[in-house]
Structure formats: C-alpha cells, structure tokens
Design a protein around this ligand. Structure first.
Ligand SMILES: Nc1ncnc2c1ncn2[C@@H]1O[C@H](COP(=O)(O)OP(=O)(O)OP(=O)(O)O)[C@@H](O)[C@H]1O
Length: 244
C-alpha cells in the first residue's frame, strides 16, 4: 500500500451544488503533492474530504489505508486550514506546547516546530499581536508539531515573503524525505514547480494528475502557467464536445 491518499469516484455536493464531480486520484507516500486550481474549484472541499470533516455524496476516500475521518487517523493526519487556528491570548511558544501536549509530544518538539517555521524570534510574543503572515506560520507550527504521517496544508504560503516561502518549501521537502506525505494547496502557479506531483482541478473535476515534467511534456510547453491554461482549454473543449 504505497498511496497515502486514494480517492475513488469522489462526489461532493455543497449548498445544493455539485462541488466535486467524480475525482479519482492517488497521492503517493513520502511526496509533496500540489493541489492547484482557480478560486472556487474545490481544493478546500477536497482537503476537507481527506481529513474526514466533509460529508461526501458518493465515492470513497482512503487515508493511510483507513477510511478518511477514522479515529485511528486522529494523530496521524495534520490539517492547516486557511483561517489560522491558534489561540490569540497565548504566545507562539505556548500555542505550540499546547498542541504538542495534545499529540503526546514534549517542549523540545514544540520549540523545534516554532523554529522550523521561522518564528524563533517571535516565540514569546502573543499570537494576537502577530502579523497575518506570522499568525499563519504559528498555525503551521501547531499543525506540524504532532509529526503526523500525512499533512494537509490549505494555502500555507499565502502572505509570506519570497524568502520565507522558499524556506517553507524546503521544510516541506525535508519532511517528505523522512517519509511524511504532504498535500499542499495553492493557487499560485509558480509553487507548482516545487511539487513532486500535481493535481489540477477545475470546477470540481480533475484535469491533470502528473509530475511537473509530465505536464510540461504532455502540453509541449515549459512554463507551467501556460501548460495549465492549455489543459484547462483542452478540458473545456472536451466538455463542450460531451454536451453537444
Ligand atoms: N459551506 C459551503 N456551503 C455551500 N457551498 C460552499 C461552501 N463552502 C464552499 N462552497 C462552494 O464550493 C465550491 C468550492 O469551494 P472550495 O472552498 O472548495 O474552493 P477552493 O478551490 O478551495 O477555493 P479558494 O482557492 O478560493 O479557497 C465553491 O463554489 C464554493 O462557493
């Protein structure tokens, strides 16, 4: 069983609308897989299904060999939502130590997680006084501190400067090198090139599941932004053909 995530025929309806429309995809263990697509394409919904908090209409979501949301996955899957989920009236260090304790980890792991996200200098600062980008890194530290086998990160680099973004991507790859699996969403196409594999979704349908090089070679262009445009146009042409 090499896949950390296996999606089979995943269909999700939200607010009476079909938001994911029959997704089949697999995320290999020990990889950094990017989940890309325009705003509203269904990235967050797919991540919610993987962490087991989304009611699904049809299909199956298997995570680390178990159905998504099973109690046995509680300490094995980490999730960073788009809204920072940290306590404003605790310091960065206190937040990390609190989440570490929930996962049976100690102070050393908590302090390391804070350093890993570049917040060592602000460790003693109340989260409520941090900038937006710092607050989202504090939240990231809390998602990483339990050392989960699968880490699902919803737009973890939004609001970060280019140096920090590069540092965070290095950190993601260092984690993958130790066998951790990361599913990372972004709508910034330049981050796509940093991923081992890419899932591209548009309007709830998967239009690519490949490596960056595989996508370049399928589309015949080097620039991934342009490659995605071509894939999107090809999928639209295909759907127009289906409809006629
Ligand atoms: N609670 C909800 N109730 C009804 N519809 C929702 C709800 N949350 C999201 N949706 C709809 O589901 C669709 C997919 O949303 P989702 O948040 O998964 O997209 P996304 O790709 O993550 O977008 P973004 O990049 O802007 O975060 C959108 O059309 C959105 O309006």
């Amino acid at each position: 069983m090499d896949d950390a995530i296996a999606l089979r025929g995943l269909v999700v309806d939200r607010g009476g609308r079909r938001v994911l429309d029959g997704i089949d995809a697999a995320v290999p263990r020990g990889s950094v897989t990017g989940l890309l697509g325009p705003s509203g394409s269904g990235k967050t919904t797919l991540m919610r299904a993987v962490v087991g908090v989304q009611v699904i209409t049809a299909g199956t979501v298997t995570v680390l060999g178990a159905p998504a949301g099973s109690s046995q996955l509680r300490h094995r899957v980490g999730y960073l939502t788009q809204a920072p989920s940290v306590y404003a009236d605790l310091t960065v260090r206190e937040n990390a130590r609190y989440f570490a304790a929930l996962h049976g980890r100690g102070r050393a792991e908590a302090d390391r997680a804070v350093t890993d996200v570049g917040l060592a200098a602000a460790a003693g600062q109340l989260v409520g006084t941090l900038s937006g980008g710092q607050r989202s890194r504090a939240s990231l530290a809390c998602a990483l501190v339990g050392e989960p086998e699968l880490i699902v990160l919803d737009e973890p680099t939004v609001g970060q400067d280019p140096v920090l973004r590069a540092d965070l991507w290095s950190r993601f790859h260092a984690l993958a090198a130790t066998g951790t699996t990361l599913l990372v969403s972004s709508h910034v196409m330049d981050e796509a090139a940093r991923c081992d594999r890419l899932l591209l979704i548009r309007e709830g349908r998967l239009i690519a599941d490949d490596t960056p090089d595989g996508i370049r070679s399928t589309t015949g262009v080097d620039d991934l932004d342009e490659a995605f445009l071509r894939l999107i146009r090809a999928s639209e042409a295909g759907r127009a053909g289906e409809a006629s």
